[in-house]
Design a protein around this ligand. Structure first.
Ligand code: FAD
Ligand code: NAP
Ligand code: MG
Length: 460
């Protein structure tokens, strides 16, 4: 038995990727696997993909992790996030449409884990409280609160894998006069159900994915008017009547927002779609990642190993075009380092490597270049391990189509279909216009997807 011990913090897609990577090694006959414990704050796995009705604090008084909401559908094609070792077709029995709702993606993520019986390594209801590193023993000490026993637990580990996500702690800016705004003010993190805003006039602040998605959701479920206020650049879609864009707010006066172009409007609610803070309250300063949301955070070798102490690993800390397959690529690479299969170079070489990536990244300007940059990053990781080969560059091309398809119709792009790079099969079209599918449950999606053509219940 390899007597190394590994703590994985978080059982969302990144933490589960790490568990699956070790399981794949075990199934391939690798012996001497380390002892692994995964600490998860929630009572179930799936991370961000668990819908919760709670906001604020959870049942144990911990900050609620979830930022997802009812009626959320994937905003990117599923063909670009397919696990290379577990296709959608393997999970659902037949091809499904390219943009599934949240519950369908959650079912897929959990399917791969349940199939391998991996959940035995996860300790639920265990938020991590504090991590330290001892320079003499070269071990981490991890303190967690075990809400199941009501006691704190302290254990030592050779490696710590931080997989706690970075889309959970709201970035909440201030605008003059906000304290006197008499109606509701919330962050996208606490948005749960568009029906709350039916027939209302709402203001969304922010110019990225949360703003565009909450705008389209609210339109779909009957919000009267939606104004999106951007700081840097308008989203610029061909919006339907009822959605419009405005420049940044200068100040609020009672219920009225004043914009930089001199216009103003009254609102029933403000939703800050202003992104998230990287927040690791359990990490001391020398070990804590500090970055904005970008494609290559600094101080991480290969985007994962903490430069000054590579026994500390951060997964999934990049801004994300690619998601699940990128987390896998990182987790397989990190696994091989932890197993001693890949030897890390010395610090100066690691820093040179990081600098090369950062220099390349500094020249990236367009969305297409960003997609290629992230694909190249994943390619390098995948080539170094036995993670199953997959066509990450072709998936990049699908992302470029996705971008055009969104431009072509922000309310209808989810009706487009793409070809799986794993199975080479084309996805079926969404059976109805996205705007007309109000029930986002797994059951309803499978019902409308399969009933007409096959009359069969897909095998799982
Ligand atoms: P998370 O999924 O955030 O998981 C982190 C886990 O760590 C959670 O389970 C959390 O409970 C746990 N944790 C946190 N703190 C602690 C602690 N102190 N101790 C123990 N456990 C802790 N991606 C897509 O591919 N497609 C989409 O359509 C898409 N939509 C999104 C919509 C929204 C609103 C948001 C916010 C994100 C979306 N994403 C989407 C991105 C999403 O974040 C990733 O798909 C994925 O969930 C990231 O996985 P992760 O494991 O890195 O982080
Ligand atoms: P984000 O992509 O980090 O964008 C944050 C936005 O907030 C930016 O437009 C930024 O403007 C703006 N902002 C920040 N501070 C501001 C300020 N002080 N004043 C005005 N604007 C400010 O965050 P996000 O949009 O929340 O997306 C996070 C993740 O969630 C993404 O990975 C996304 O894919 C995912 N998501 C997915 C779905 C879905 O799948 N359906 C839905 C929602 C979110 P600047 O451009 O000026 O910096
Ligand atoms: Mg390989």
């Amino acid at each position: 038995m390899n007597n190394k011990k590994i703590a994985i913090l978080g059982a969302g897609p990144s933490g589960l990727a790490q568990l699956r990577a070790f399981e794949a090694a075990r199934l391939n006959g690798v012996e001497n696997l380390p002892e692994i414990v995964c600490y998860e704050k929630q009572s179930e796995m799936g991370g961000m993909w668990n819908y919760t009705w709670r906001t604020g604090l959870d049942k144990h008084g911990e900050p609620v992790h979830g930022s997802m909401y009812r009626y959320l559908w994937s905003n990117g094609p599923k063909e670009c996030l397919e696990f290379a070792d577990y296709s959608f077709e393997e999970h659902f029995g037949e091809p499904i449409a390219s943009y599934p709702p949240r519950a369908v993606l959650k079912d897929y993520i959990i399917g791969r884990i349940n199939k391998q019986n991996i959940s035995q390594y996860i300790k639920f209801d265990c938020p991590v409280r504090w991590v330290t590193f001892n320079d003499e023993t070269k071990m981490f000490t991890v303190t967690v609160m075990n809400h199941k026993t009501g006691k704190q637990e302290v254990n030592d580990f050779d490696y710590v894998v931080v997989a706690t996500g970075h889309f959970s702690t709201p970035n909440m800016p201030y605008f003059k006069g906000l304290e006197d705004f008499p109606n509701r003010v919330l962050h996208a993190h606490d948005f749960r159900d568009a029906l709350e805003f039916k027939n209302k006039e709402i203001l969304l602040i922010g110019g990225s994915y949360s703003a565009e998605d909450i705008a389209t959701q609210c339109y779909k479920y009957g919000t009267k008017s939606i104004t999106i206020s951007y700081r840097t650049q308008a989203l610029g879609y061909d919006w339907p009547e009822g959605i419009s864009e405005a420049p940044l707010i200068t100040h609020f006066e009672d219920e009225i927002a004043h914009f930089a172009d001199g216009t103003s409007k009254r609102f029933d609610a403000i939703i800050m779609c202003t992104g998230y803070l990287f927040h690791f309250p359990f990490m001391p300063d020398p070990l804590r990642l500090e970055t904005n949301n970008c494609l290559y955070p600094e101080n991480l070798y290969k985007g994962v190993f903490w430069q000054s102490n590579p026994q500390l690993i951060y997964l999934g800390m990049q801004d994300q075009y690619f998601t699940f397959n990128m987390f896998d690529a990182q987790a397989w690479y990190a696994r091989d380092v932890m197993l001693g299969k890949i030897e890390l170079p010395k610090l100066d070489i690691r820093e040179k490597d990081e600098k090369i990536w950062l220099d390349t990244y500094s020249k990236v300007q367009t969305v297409n270049e960003e997609i290629d940059f992230q694909a190249a990053y994943i390619r390098e990781l995948v080539d170094a391990t036995d993670y199953p080969e997959f066509h990450v560059e072709k998936q990049g091309d699908i992302f470029k189509e996705w971008k055009k398809d969104k431009k072509g119709g922000i309310m209808s792009f989810r009706e487009k279909a793409y070809r799986s790079t794993l199975t080479n099969n084309m996805a079926p079209e969404l059976p109805q216009p996205w705007l007309e599918i109000l029930d986002d449950s797994l059951e309803h999606f499978l019902h409308i997807s399969f009933e007409k053509e096959t009359n069969s219940i897909p095998k799982k």
